[in-house]
Design a protein around this ligand. Structure first.
Ligand code: ZN
Ligand code: ZN
Length: 437
């Protein structure tokens, strides 16, 4: 079934989870030559003049073609092309986009992937205009999300912006994306093994909302990506399509659930921590999806260790009692710079380290231990399986390979403090084994 129809099915009736999953994207077109449909889509949106936003590279990848098609169709447009291909998602880039915006335009069309899409969403939201994205790489799952990943005052934030009204994935363009971006896209998909497992685990331990239908939507998309992984290095159309559609589904699933759970777990927090260190100390960072791929591999290994763990109540209680939060907050600040302040403020509100709260969670964990292990076995493949897929697509497997040389055990420990989300590192802390694992 076409992806658009498939996702619209969700709206038809109230889901078993009690929610109505509304699909807010009007059109998703993923096929060869999809760009050719732009004139019709612009007409449907009743636009008189479009504003095209691209960077130097994405303009060459698809922007020129978009302009030629609009010229042929006699559609008016203005454009701004960032003079480089390496834009930081910050105030300066958003400022450039807004200062170069033509206010006589009534539609924003971004041509690009990660950063251009994030900026395009902010521009369309600020100008209160409909927003089209012409994807140039299946590299991350922000196409259908309503937030922009930005840095403000040197801090990484997820800014509410706008979900695309139209998503165009032209396979002829996507398959020619840089190989690193294709690998990143599959990496962001592989992460979903961990995110779904952690969503279920959190549902068991904290009673957090969970929807099996949304989880199954992700599993199906992920399975298709893994089955086609062989073709990615050869840029085969089926493989590229599976990844692009999987990433769109990842964004839609988050909108369906109203939380990031279906698409991001502890592996995304590893990536987030590395990005924070990059901003604070100028350390090396890589593409979001590449970092997620590496972190998924790390997390799969850690979950194998969880399966071998024998929970010990006395040990866990003693660990929580002896935990020195002030010392940890100091270590966090040294590791992350000013970015740690938000995390420390969050803990003041959440109080997850309180001995009473810990004991409550621990009792549930002990009671449900076999069930939790069952979830891990069902959702997360063995680490060597993740490694095999990464090898198959030529993607890096370790933090070292991508130049990230910070302490991975501190990275793991810091992931539990990013948001008030129950993830692997919180489970390890609750069990009192995070230092030894
Ligand atoms: Zn549901
Ligand atoms: Zn992601």
């Amino acid at each position: 079934m076409e992806i658009e129809k498939y996702l619209k099915e969700f709206e038809k009736e109230t889901c078993a989870c009690g929610r109505r999953h509304l699909f807010t994207v009007s059109r998703v077109i993923v096929e060869k030559g999809a760009i050719e449909k732009l004139p019709n889509l612009i007409q449907e949106a009743a636009s008189k003049k479009a504003f095209i936003l691209a960077d130097k590279n994405t303009f060459i990848a698809a922007g020129e073609r978009v302009c030629a098609i609009l010229n042929n169709a006699g559609i008016h447009y203005a454009q701004y092309v960032f003079p480089t291909g390496e834009i930081e998602p910050d105030e300066k880039a958003v400022g450039s986009a807004i200062m170069n915006f033509d206010p006589s335009c009534d539609l924003v069309i971004a041509v690009g992937s990660g950063v251009i899409n994030d900026i395009g969403k902010i521009l369309a939201n600020t100008a209160k205009l409909p927003y089209f994205i012409v994807g140039t790489a299946p590299s991350m799952d922000g196409y259908a999300s309503a937030t922009s990943s930005m840095s403000i005052d040197g801090l990484k934030v997820s800014l509410p912006s706008k979900c695309a009204d139209v998503i165009i994935g032209d396979i002829d363009v996507l398959k020619n994306a840089p190989m690193r971006m294709l690998q990143a896209g599959l990496g962001d998909m592989l992460a979903k093994h961990i995110s779904i497992a952690e969503w279920r685990i959190a549902n068991e331990i904290t009673g957090e909302y969970y929807c099996e239908r949304v989880a199954e939507l992700i599993r199906t998309a992920l399975k298709r990506c893994v089955e086609n992984a062989d073709g990615l290095l050869k840029r085969e159309e089926e493989a590229v399509k599976a990844v692009f559609e999987g990433l769109v589904i990842g964004g839609v699933a988050m909108a369906f659930a109203g939380v990031s759970r279906p698409a991001s777990g502890v592996e995304h927090y590893f990536s987030h921590i590395w990005d924070m260190r990059g901003l604070a100390f100028g350390t090396k960072v890589d593409l979001h999806g590449i970092q997620c791929a590496v972190a998924t591999n790390i997390a799969a290994g850690l979950y194998e260790k969880v399966l071998k763990t024998k929970p010990d109540k006395e040990k866990a209680l003693a660990y929580a009692k002896a935990f020195d939060y002030q010392a940890w907050a100091k270590e966090l600040k040294a590791f992350l710079g000013t970015g740690a302040d938000v995390m420390i403020a969050l803990e003041e509100k959440e109080q997850k380290y309180s001995i009473e709260k810990h004991e409550d969670r621990l009792n549930i964990i002990l009671e449900k231990w076999e069930k939790l292990c069952g979830i891990i076995r069902e959702e997360i493949p063995a680490q060597k399986e993740i490694e095999r897929i990464l090898e198959k697509i030529g993607a890096p497997k370790t933090a070292k390979e991508i130049g990230i040389d910070c302490d991975l055990s501190i990275t793991l420990k810091a992931t539990k403090d990013i948001r008030d989300k129950y993830v692997l590192s919180r489970l390890l802390w609750d069990l009192g084994v995070i230092d030894e694992i």
